[in-house]
Design a protein around this ligand. Structure first.
Ligand SMILES: Cc1ncc(COP(=O)(O)O)c(C=O)c1O
Length: 402
């Protein structure tokens, strides 16, 4: 049994430039919420063609701040008991802020091939209490964001895009993370770009931008220009410490902002390298019925490579995972699997819109292996041969072109 990792889940996207930036920021003195965070926010908004970007200390915090801002906006805020349509597969902190703000979740199953929400079920999920849809593009693969956008527009719903896994992906030539009224990103270590920890909220709505700036910073006016969510008075003493909305401290560090600027400059090259590996992965696995791989919809930035073992394949996932482990190939659950299968669900007010079948298959029969911004030819070859050996002939392999 090999204990050495030959093919890991993630690797650093940093080079010398990032290490120099870290040193420079610490030498400089100002460590939190200064010009570097602001510079990153401006570069980020420009890169994605949106008006406002607000950096937070994580993608989870961006989700929290986004939901909070929607609950505190002036016109038609979200209110306790309002319903939100969500996909059954995502990360825990896609859902937690919704619970924390008293919203009711309506879970919709995912498609087995894309692992994104099955939008043919959207109409069935709609009730008179529905106020929002949460769109998640799983592991780089664009969800049907255009369909969700049109659905939200026609039913006067908010579209919240949790794009924490899919920076650099696009659908119909438009970046994922720009379809929503509120859009969030993560710059955690294993993601497309890394600021160690970090997140971004992206919006064209100035009120949401200002609320998000207050909410990430104690509910304070300190970083918020007057005129939209408050007016400044002549009383300088009280103005300096004015709290206008219930908030948190989820502020990013200057070093994360400065790293973000450097990393954002590398995003296109990183995504290109990930796509080159994806082409190899797809060539090796496409058309093999035993392994259901993620079908690209739009242009994925390929966070990782997912495999769901065909439900009719008479082999336990545990045996496959053991073979991968023995061969030094790291693997893990696909995102968080089905959120309905986690203990945390007992704290939620929720129901399901139709049966949840594919999310369970993803949970029980799926796993992913890593993608990296460097050539993975040898790693993917080993993956292919280990899986071939472990699975055996199994189901008939589809004949190419059949
Ligand atoms: C879909 C999704 N949303 C939110 C998050 C949270 O991001 P972070 O780890 O930066 O808190 C993640 C994390 O991977 C995620 O996959």
């Amino acid at each position: 049994m090999s204990s050495e990792i030959f093919y890991d889940l993630a690797s650093s996207t940093w080079g010398d430039e990032e290490r120099r930036v870290v040193q420079r920021i610490f030498d400089q003195g100002r460590l939190t919420m200064g010009g570097h965070v602001r510079e990153f926010e401006e570069a980020f908004a420009a890169k994605f063609g949106m008006k406002h970007a607000v950096m937070t200390n994580s993608g989870s915090s961006a989700n929290l701040v986004g939901v909070a801002a929607l609950c505190h906006r002036r016109a038609r805020p979200l209110r306790r008991g309002d319903e939100v349509i969500v996909p059954a597969v995502s990360w825990a902190t896609t859902y937690h802020p919704l619970q924390q703000y008293g919203l009711k979740l309506r879970f919709v199953d995912v498609e087995l091939e894309t692992i994104n929400m099955d939008v043919s079920k959207l109409e069935a999920a709609l009730t008179p209490r529905t106020r929002m849809v949460v769109a998640v593009s799983i592991l780089g693969n664009p969800a049907a964001l255009d369909v969700m956008r049109a659905f939200c527009d026609s039913h006067d719903l908010i579209l919240f895009e949790d794009n924490c896994e899919s920076m650099g992906s696009s659908l119909g030539g438009r970046f994922c993370g720009t379809f929503g009224d509120v859009n969030t990103f993560s710059t955690f270590y294993s993601h497309q770009i890394s600021t160690m920890e970090g997140g971004v909220l992206l919006t064209n709505d100035t009120e949401i931008d200002h609320l998000a700036r207050a909410i990430r910073n104690h509910g304070w006016t300190r970083d918020v220009p007057p005129g939209t969510i408050y007016e400044r008075t002549a009383d300088g003493f009280n103005e300096a410490y004015r709290f206008i909305v219930p908030g948190y401290n989820v502020r990013p560090l200057e070093v994360c902002g400065a790293l973000g600027v450097v990393q954002l400059g590398k995003l296109d090259a990183i995504v290109e390298a990930r796509r080159a590996n994806a082409a190899t992965f797809v060539r090796l696995f496409a058309g093999d019925e035993r392994f259901i791989i993620q079908r690209e919809h739009g242009r994925s930035s390929w966070f990782s490579f997912t495999i769901v073992l065909h439900p009719q394949l008479e082999i336990a996932r545990a045996d496959i995972l053991a073979a991968l482990r023995d061969s030094g190939i790291a693997f893990r659950m696909i995102t968080g699997g089905s959120f309905l299968r986690h203990e945390a669900i007992r704290f939620f007010d929720y129901d399901t819109a139709g049966p949840i079948v594919n999310a369970d298959l993803v949970h029980d029969r799926g796993f992913f292996v890593g993608n990296h911004p460097r050539d993975l030819g040898a790693e993917l070859d080993r993956l292919r041969s280990v899986l071939d050996q472990a699975v055996g002939a199994g189901l008939p392999t589809a004949t190419p072109g059949a």
